[in-house]
Every structure is written in C-alpha cells, then in structure tokens.
Ligand binder design. Sequence first.
Ligand SMILES: *[C@@H]1O[C@H](CO)[C@@H](O)[C@H](O)[C@H]1NC(C)=O
Length: 121
Amino acid sequence: MLCTIVLIALPVVHGNGPKEMKNLFEIAPHMDQKGVFGSTSLEELAYHMTFNLVFTNGEYSGSTLSVIGRNPFLNEYRELAIVGGYGVFRLARGIAQLNTVIFNSTTGDAIVEYNVMILHY
Ligand SMILES: *[C@@H]1O[C@H](CO)[C@@H](O)[C@H](O)[C@H]1NC(C)=O
C-alpha cells in the first residue's frame, strides 16, 4: 500500500495505558502530536512522517518541536530528525529515537516511546 495518507492529532500522554507503562507516562511532559504520515515504501512497511510535538503544559507550554523522517515501524530501532521548533525551541536540531513498546496488529493500536535529544539556543 503506497497511497495511505493519515492525518494525526494525538495526545502523546493519555495516562490510561497499561499499568506497567505508568512510569513512562508520568515521566513524559504533556504534549500533543499533530501532523501527517503516509506510506512510502513498496519493500517494507514504512511511513514518511512529519509532525509537531506541541507542549501543552508546564515549563515549555506553547513551544513546539518539528519532526520529520522515515519510519519503518516494524523495525525495532528507528530515528526521526528534529529539524526545528518554535518558542523556546527556535533553531532546535536533534533526533527522536523510537521504540515500539506495544503493537496490536489487529487494531493497529500502538504505544511508542520517543526518546528525544535536542540542541537549542
Ligand atoms: C488486540 O486487540 C484486540 C481487540 O481489542 C484484542 O482482542 C486482542 O487481545 C489484542 N491483542 C493483543 C496481542 O493484545
């Protein structure tokens, strides 16, 4: 499938995941993920993703990180590029390392851990 385009507006932290995930949810800052992804590979399942991580609470509220890259989501290790941001993260550069914690192939539901490292001024 080379032509699926999906618009996303997901809460990154929703707090009602499995009990064993409680720590991850509590550590993560509150933010939303807003953007688009589409399948971009004939050889394997991979998405092109472009989205903003929008901080909605706390110290960085109102700031964003702009993320873009290729996500072969069945691979254990994936990396997306942080190419910029707004607010405190203007001129930010970095990477987001993605780790799928839970994936249900029946429903398509997944919990993905983002480990984000950025340099900013
Ligand atoms: C996937 O979701 C379905 C529907 O909610 C559920 O019945 C099934 O047990 C889930 N599979 C796994 C591996 O969690």
